[in-house]
Design a protein around this ligand. Structure first.
Ligand code: SF4
Length: 435
């Protein structure tokens, strides 16, 4: 998968040079047209001295991270740790290696070799998981358990019916004006509840230019497609050059208005968000990013730095979260996650009911639980912090939003509503006159 990756980028990359004082004066007071007098400055222009930019983009390694790195990746440096390609090369993808780092419990040992989705965890993400907390939420997200063997009658490998809405391999056209374009099946870290576990990590949707060209030709031939969502796998695990090739081709299609990228990279591999990548991405605006977050412990200083780079480049950031039993299925945890995201300038977007994917029963909550979480947030915190709770309808029906019941009964031309504190209010709303 990574044979084709570009060689490692240098860690220390300065941003663009700040303008010199001379350049700033020339910009403020350009030369007058021929024949007109030059503007005379009556007093010296105060130009701020060029700001010294720090070449260190990421926070210093914490003592805990240093100890973790020293114990499990001896000989590696801080520079290695901040290099996304080092992180990918050193991902944990065998059970023996995982057992060294996070000693496995009986349920986890049973999962060995038999599960559909491969094992992969970046050193960075593994370092966030305390080894002596067997049920730690981040551990449950990425360490397989025997629960993945259990297939419930309601479950299937393709519950959203994507394979039936795929006019070309790796492209799903479900809604009239937008398509889902799966660029790669590779992720640096695999989420155990992944909706696309049938294809992710198996080589089913290879990152090949021949396949991409077919998908791009389909988009070019369908003038109603104004929005392209790039997903996978994780598109940001591709090299800058390969990703730019796709973005530039899409930007040549006049009817493609916006491009979105779905990624979990800022949570599991924040080192990937380099100034060079961001500089490339911002050439293809309007470009939006949908970031996948699961738990407040993912809002680390490194992730904050990555989101800051993206937000500073004018890339709107939205979040997607899957509701997961024992991981984020409570009002306090969900609220803390959404607050953490807002502080990183990531707008909470969707909270997904966990899809009935094969082997996901141990992750799924009742829908009533999701509604209670929304009820416990709406009105109690900033409206922006409350995501839209959706069920992705099995069989390809698309996302259906769900809201707690806030009343809405009509009596005598009045609508009776219940607020977040369970108090009733009446809004004048005359019934339409018949005939
Ligand atoms: S990052 Fe997305 S595509 Fe990759 S394993 Fe997680 S949910 Fe699946």
């Amino acid at each position: 998968m990574h044979k084709a990756e570009a060689p490692a980028e240098p860690l220390i990359i300065d941003d663009d040079e700040p303008p010199s004082s001379r350049l700033a004066i020339d910009t403020l007071y350009p030369a007058p047209p021929a024949g007109q007098p030059a503007i005379q400055l009556t007093r010296p222009v105060f130009i701020l001295p060029a700001r010294k930019t720090s070449s260190l983009r990421y926070p210093k390694l914490s003592p805990e991270t240093k100890a973790f790195q020293k114990q499990f990746f001896p000989g590696s440096t801080a520079r290695d740790w901040h290099d996304w390609q080092w992180q990918v090369r050193h991902r944990i993808h065998t059970y023996d290696r995982l057992h060294q780092i996070l000693p496995l419990g009986p349920d986890e040992c049973l999962a060995d070799h038999a599960v559909q989705l491969p094992l992969s965890i970046t050193p960075y993400y593994a370092g966030l998981i305390p080894k002596d907390v067997p049920d730690h939420p981040l551990r449950r997200c990425v360490v397989p358990t025997a629960g993945e063997w259990v297939k419930m009658p309601c479950e299937s490998d393709d519950p959203l019916g994507e394979d039936h809405q795929s006019p070309v391999p790796g492209l799903v056209h479900r809604y009239p004006d937008r398509v889902l374009f799966l660029l790669t099946d590779f992720c640096s870290t695999y989420c155990r509840y992944c909706t696309r576990s049938r294809v992710v990590g198996h080589g089913g949707i290879r990152a090949s230019r021949a396949r991409w060209e077919k998908a791009i030709a389909y988009i070019a031939a369908n003038a109603n497609v104004r929005d392209v969502l790039l997903s996978g796998g994780d598109p940001l695990t591709l090299s800058d050059d390969r990703l730019e090739w796709v973005l530039s081709k899409l930007r040549q299609i006049p009817h493609v208005e916006i491009i979105r990228i779905g990624t979990k990279v800022p949570a599991v591999l924040p080192q990937r968000i380099t100034p060079k990548l961001v500089k490339m991405l911002k050439k293809y605006h309007p470009l939006w990013l949908s970031l996948h977050f699961t738990h407040p412990d993912e809002c680390t200083p490194d992730t904050r730095a990555a989101c800051a780079l993206l937000a500073d480049a004018g890339i709107p950031l939205g979040s997607q979260t899957v509701l997961l039993k024992g991981i984020n299925d409570s009002v306090p945890v969900m609220t803390q996650l959404m607050h953490g995201l807002m502080k990183m300038r990531v707008r909470p977007y969707y909270l997904y009911q966990c899809d009935p994917i094969t082997g996901s029963g141990h992750f799924r909550t009742a829908i009533a639980q999701g509604l209670e979480i929304i009820r416990g947030m709406r009105g109690f915190t900033t409206g922006y912090a409350v995501p839209t709770y959706v069920v992705d309808a099995p069989g390809g029906g698309g996302k259906i939003p769900l809201m707690p019941d806030y009343g809405g009964s009509h009596t005598n031309d009045n609508l009776v509503l219940t607020n977040y504190e369970n108090r009733s209010f009446t809004y004048p709303d005359p019934m339409p006159v018949q005939g």
